[in-house]
Design a protein. Structure first.
Length: 374
């Protein structure tokens, strides 16, 4: 079967990889838009502490986190040494022990249904700082051993590389759908026509114009995120440091070679697809970051990355067939947890494209929601 994947963020890269593993003939077309969410994201995999009550969302996030270890070992067996993933654990920190009681309670409640949470440990302020030495004094924590961090860029590249090793072809270009009444037949890109049995649209924040020629107004909105990378000296073992989840909406992650990532902003009021790094954004990231981790003050600035988190109505992803059309599937709306869910949803898309049963009931994620807007 010939399948074309439009978009090579985490979702498209995952779908293409799985399709290649399943033996499909795969073509990936990506426009390399500045602001690709996956390229900016780094990358907490720890959905179990979320206070969101939406069960359909939690099912996806939980399944996404559970899916990772097997995918990573499969990629490693296939020769991909740099997946950007490490199960370093997470520290949910707070100065209020009562709040930590609640966090611990929530984690323990979810453990029965999600053993991949691992070991839940309550740490004193001193033990917390031993795990992440740059933190301010006074933060105790709940440690979750099964949490992980992933570098979106590295994982995307590993998936795309492995897909290509298994025969997938990748093209850079602006893809538009080719169709006849009721059926998508392929894709136009760079002056070529590529026929396909199935086209999968993984176009993130840019999906609406892809679907518009079919008469569909696809309701995807997006939120800008700025995220800062910096480098600290004096610490040799940063690659094993846990992810830090503070009470604010900002987090801290450590990678190898003394690299620290802090952020991110959540900007809804933005003009177009503008990837400007703003002084206000940097100020917000630094103010919140330094409050939690004053030890970062001596860090060396490396860069700010900017990405657009794609959202569909209800802040819940959509996955599946495009209503009223054959030969075309889409997924979107991975929002702020797309690195967590992307590999799992990409796997489901690959199964759907090849006519196989997905691993979960897809009724809650029907694309109809992004078309009706309700
Ligand atoms: P994208 O990665 O945006 O990819 C879409 C691709 O489609 C782009 O490359 C674009 O060029 C291409 N495209 C669009 N239209 C066309 C066309 N017509 N032709 C060809 N190509 C096209 N998630 C977590 O789980 N944990 C985190 O800690 C986390 N942190 C984040 C931090 C930041 C700053 C940001 C921005 C996001 C974060 N996320 C996180 C969310 C996650 O990054 C996104 O949900 C996810 O990457 C979305 O992936 P995607 O493949 O749907 O879209």
């Amino acid at each position: 079967k010939k399948v074309i994947v439009i978009g090579a963020g985490i979702l498209g890269a995952s779908a293409a990889y799985q399709l290649a593993v399943m033996g499909a003939e795969v073509l990936i077309i990506d426009r390399q838009d500045p602001g690709q969410a996956t390229d900016a994201a780094a990358g907490i995999i720890c959905p179990w502490l979320s206070q969101r009550r939406n069960q359909a969302w939690y099912r996806l996030a939980k399944s996404g986190a559970r899916f990772y270890p097997e995918l990573i070992s499969q990629l490693k067996e296939g020769g991909e040494a740099h997946t950007g993933y490490a199960r370093v654990g997470a520290l949910s920190i707070h100065t209020d022990e009562g709040k930590l009681d609640k966090i611990e309670e929530r984690a323990r409640m979810r453990l029965a249904d999600a053993p991949e949470i691992g070991v839940i440990t309550r740490l004193s302020a001193q033990q917390t700082r031993e795990r992440f030495p740059l933190l301010a004094e006074g933060y105790a924590s709940v440690h979750i051993s099964g949490a992980a961090r992933v570098d979106g860029r590295a994982l995307r590249d590993a998936l795309l590389h492995s897909a290509q090793q298994q025969g997938a072809v990748m093209v850079t270009g602006d893809a538009t759908l080719a169709f006849e009444p009721g059926r998508v037949t392929g894709v136009h890109a760079g002056g070529h026509y590529y026929p396909a049995d199935e086209v999968i649209i993984c176009a993130g924040a840019w999906a609406n114009p892809v679907l518009r020629p079919l008469g569909i107004d696809f309701k995807v909105s997006y939120q800008k995120g700025q995220i800062m990378h910096l480098q600290v000296s004096d610490h040799k073992d940063t690659e094993v440091w846990p992810v830090v989840i503070p009470p604010s909406d900002q987090y801290l992650l450590a990678f190898a070679r003394q690299q620290i990532v802090i952020g991110a902003t959540h900007e809804n009021d933005i003009e177009g697809y503008n990837t400007r790094v703003t002084v206000g954004g940097m100020q917000e990231i630094l103010a919140k970051g330094l409050e939690v981790a004053p030890g970062l003050a001596d860090g060396t600035y490396s860069e700010v990355r900017v990405g657009f988190r794609p959202f569909t109505p209800g802040f819940l992803p959509v996955i599946g067939a495009v209503p009223g059309w054959s030969g075309v599937l889409a997924a979107n709306g991975l929002g702020a947890s797309g690195l967590t869910m992307g590999p799992y949803i990409g796997y489901q898309l690959a199964k759907l494209a090849l006519g196989r049963e997905p691993d979960l009931e897809l009724d809650d994620y029907s694309l109809q929601r992004a078309i009706m807007g309700g």
